[in-house]
Design a protein. Structure first.
Lengths: 463, 270
């Protein structure tokens, strides 16, 4: 019934707005792993990635099936696009240091202020496939898109929180203001969209398009917490394993997207817009004791958590003063705040037995004090085609601004404050090159930022 | 840009016009098919709104031109003792399109007006026809790329909408003569700017063999036999020329619509 209501609401939205689109995400429990990961959602197609992802008002290749389905009407012959991407993720996380006061505990407690760690993971995959068939004033398309292909694998050494000699016997973050438990993390997230899109040319340069996607989701994460000596770096081989948290599940959902495109009579200006509804998934979040003494052990907490891919809406403007040169600009509003819908305390702090019986009050996970802001992304790109060169050579460059959308904590709990922190906004620099023949295009692009770098190669075919 | 085929003339008008336009500049012969009663009614219905509502005028004048494209002799219609209209449907259609800034259609109507000898029937009223025609041509001319007409014609040809393709390629030629330079008519896909060649292909598909073959002979494709960018067009050129040869040998008759194209190609040619 819930699924039906989502479908109905999506259809209504399409009817009202005449548009639809997809979105980016993060994770939806207070597990620290989720603070260190960083997802974003770039435009498919190497040629479009190189434009800083500014493609809403262009939308003239087979990637439009996903990016802005209204653009499919600009495709004049059956066309296919295939793209492979290599992602390099740089994870930044609270590694060590001290949140409150000056160091005093010994050799390892040697720094005031928190110290970030950094780790990298790489993923390579066939990220996009699509086929477009135009027919007079309409076009239809099929596509497969890897919306998220993410891997995180990193360890933390455990930052000190308050000025205390106490060790947290269970190592649960947020339970005590002692040193955070050193952590070994692993996380894999995959979201793949299989979709169909259609568009229709209404006249006066105006087109509408809609797309429906079936999203396939899987998440598999494991966090292991250890208890090191209070003034020593962790030794994961010998330190006691205290507890572990997992986030696991496979789910699927439907999502809609709709867009519009307007081209000026001389085709020098174009304006595009899209709304993309993010799918919702569920997974199982579990926290369980490992080698804890019975006196401080706790019952395994298993909960159902939600994973909301944020909705996105955006508008774009493109200018083509001469045949060989294009300039494109997009503004995308990403509703990252939706990630907090149904936010779950994976540790189930309120149900933990007290460590000190003298303080039996249940802990408050302060879920309402976790925050993620909706963000406005700015994308800008330009390309120049050397039309006297055969095959036609095209050079592209661009960039985009990605405001921080890390999960942050604004409450009193020192453990969460140390881990869930605001991070820097990101500037992405993009560049690329393309070669085009009459029935074959090959493009390559790079998108670099401090936290995610993407290398993309795509090929387009016409018949 | 609207891509649905835009009727320049009512089909019935094309049929009748084809009978009375044996040559582009030929004098209009007597026309036994002129239905003056219906023509007068439609013409007056259009002219009543002529000064204010050109969009409503165009269908009425098209209707009039369809039932009586060329009257036997100068025809003045007097709806009342104080008002007189000269029956010049193509001229007034051209001016309506011109007022609506639809220059290619205006130019086509002005050419038809000339081919249908309207200036001879009312020299005074059509005194500005030459300047309007010249003005249209000048306003359409541009070195600026992209050429939207070529893009639209290219798309129409891909969809085998040959009527639309022929019109758009003719429009493109009015803007910029065929030069074979590489352009991007669709997305990032390159293609040589060959509107004359593509017009020829469309006309051949429409059954206008004489006009198509004449355009093929003028196309730049022939002049650049080694250009890699023309590879697809050269192959297609061979196929089209073979059809032309066969048609010339067999001397097959052409469709009525082709006479109209004959007028446009002669008047609007380089």
């Amino acid at each position: 019934m819930l699924r039906f209501r989502r479908l109905a609401s999506g259809a209504l939205l399409m009817a009202l707005l005449g548009v639809l689109d997809q979105a980016p995400l993060l994770a939806q429990t207070n597990l620290e792993t989720n603070a260190g990961v960083h997802f974003n959602f770039t435009t498919p197609g190497a040629g479009n990635l190189a434009l800083g992802g500014a493609f809403l008002a262009l939308a003239f290749d087979a990637s439009a099936a996903y990016t802005n389905p209204a653009g499919l009407t600009t495709i004049t012959a059956p066309e296919a696009l295939v793209e492979a991407r290599h992602w390099n993720y740089t994870h930044r996380f609270t590694d060590r240091g001290r949140l409150v006061g000056e160091p005093f505990l010994g050799e390892f407690d040697d720094r005031a202020g928190l110290v970030d760690g950094q780790a990298e993971n790489q993923v390579t995959g066939l990220s996009f496939l699509s086929y477009v068939y135009p027919h007079r004033d309409g076009s239809v398309a099929l596509y497969r898109h890897e919306l998220v292909s993410f891997r995180a694998d990193f360890s933390t050494q455990g930052a000190y929180l308050d000025q205390t000699f106490i060790r947290s016997p269970r190592g649960i973050p947020g339970e005590m203001d002692a040193r955070l438990a050193p952590l070994r993390n692993r996380m894999d997230v995959e979201i793949t969209a299989y979709g169909a899109a259609g568009s229709y040319r209404l006249g006066k340069g105006f087109s509408l398009g809609v797309a429906v996607s079936y999203y396939d989701f899987s998440i598999d994460s494991l966090a292991l917490r250890y208890l090191p000596l209070i003034d020593a770096a962790p030794d994961f081989a010998s330190d006691p394993l205290l507890n572990s948290q997992t986030q696991r599940g496979d789910d699927s959902d439907w999502g809609f997207a709709a867009g519009f495109l307007w081209e000026s009579p001389r085709k020098t200006w174009s304006l595009g817009g899209v709304y993309r509804q993010g799918p919702d998934f569920t997974f199982v979040a579990q926290s369980k004791p490992e080698d804890l003494p019975p006196a401080v052990s706790f019952r395994t907490a298993t909960q159902k958590a939600a994973f909301h891919v944020p909705d996105v809406y955006g508008v774009g403007l493109a200018y083509r003063p001469i045949d060989a040169f294009r300039l494109a600009f997009d503004y995308d509003r990403v509703r990252y705040s939706q990630l907090l819908k149904g936010f779950v305390d994976i540790f189930n702090l309120a149900a933990l037995p007290p460590v000190n019986p003298q303080f039996p009050e249940p802990l408050d996970p302060e879920l309402s004090r976790f925050a993620i802001d909706d963000t406005g992304e700015l994308h800008l790109g330009a390309e120049y085609a050397f039309l006297r060169h055969w095959p036609v050579l095209t050079l592209r460059a661009g960039g985009w601004y990605e405001p921080d959308h890390s999960l942050r904590f604004e409450g009193n709990n020192l453990g969460f404050r140390a881990v869930f922190r605001k991070r820097d906004d990101q500037i992405h620099y993009t560049a690329g090159v393309g070669l085009a023949l009459r029935r074959l295009q090959v493009d390559a692009a790079i998108d670099h930022s401090d936290r995610v770098s993407v290398i993309s190669v795509s090929a387009g075919f016409r018949h | 840009m609207k891509t649905a085929p835009r009727r320049i003339l009512h089909p019935a008008c094309l049929l009748v016009l084809s009978l009375v336009l044996p040559g582009a500049a030929a004098a209009a012969p007597a026309n036994p098919r002129c239905d003056k009663g219906r023509a007068e009614e439609a013409f007056l219905a259009g002219m009543r709104n002529y000064d204010q509502h050109c969009r409503e005028v165009i269908p009425r004048l098209n209707e009039a031109a369809a039932v009586c494209p060329v009257p036997d002799q100068p025809w003045f219609i007097r709806p009342n003792p104080f008002l007189e209209y000269s029956y010049l449907p193509f001229y007034f259609l051209g001016k309506c399109h011109y007022n609506l800034k639809d220059l290619p259609n205006a130019l086509r109507q002005f050419y038809l007006s000339s081919c249908a000898n309207e200036p001879k029937r009312d020299k005074e009223r059509t005194g500005d026809l030459d300047s309007l025609t010249t003005g249209c041509r000048k306003q359409l001319k541009s070195n600026q790329r992209p050429n939207a007409y070529f893009s639209e014609g290219f798309a129409a040809a891909q969809q085998r909408d040959w009527g639309q393709a022929a019109e758009k390629m003719w429009n493109a030629l009015q803007v910029f003569e065929e030069d074979g330079a590489t352009v991007l008519p669709s997305g990032r896909w390159p293609a040589p700017y060959l509107p004359r060649f593509r017009l020829a292909e469309a006309l051949l598909q429409l059954g206008c063999y004489q006009e198509a073959c004449a355009q093929l002979d003028k196309s730049k494709v022939k002049l650049a036999p080694d250009k890699k960018e023309f590879e697809l067009e050269r192959k297609r050129m061979g196929e089209l020329q073979a059809i032309c040869e066969r048609m010339r040998r067999e001397g097959l008759g052409e469709k009525a619509l082709c006479r109209q194209w004959g007028c446009w190609l002669e008047r609007g040619g380089p």
